[in-house]
Design a protein around this ligand. Structure first.
Ligand SMILES: [Zn+2]
Length: 90
């Protein structure tokens, strides 16, 4: 059997390559960054790890979102923060 091709994308924050479906898509629109869980919005997209709080830090997002990095960081923590903090720590 041939190995199935898994599309990979790079997280803009930690620059790790991961299967696309493990990452969360973000689109930079004229109104600012929008989180795009469906992956269908048009525009300049980027991906971040939804399970790594380090990847939602403003300074790591600045390369992609520039001045909008703070807004994006806030949005990511609001959307993903609760899910991650519920994970068992051990
Ligand atoms: Zn990452």
């Amino acid at each position: 059997m041939k190995p199935k091709h898994v599309p990979e994308r790079m997280c803009v924050a930690c620059r790790r390559r991961r299967p696309k479906r493990e990452l969360l898509r973000i689109v930079l629109t004229s109104e600012g960054p929008v989180i795009d869980p469906t992956g269908k919005k048009p525009g300049r997209g980027a991906y971040v790890c939804p399970d790594e709080a380090e990847c939602w830090a403003e300074k790591k997002l600045r390369r992609f979102a520039g001045a909008k990095a703070a807004t994006l960081s806030q949005a990511l923590f609001t959307l993903l923060g609760p899910a991650v903090s519920e994970k068992p720590s051990s």
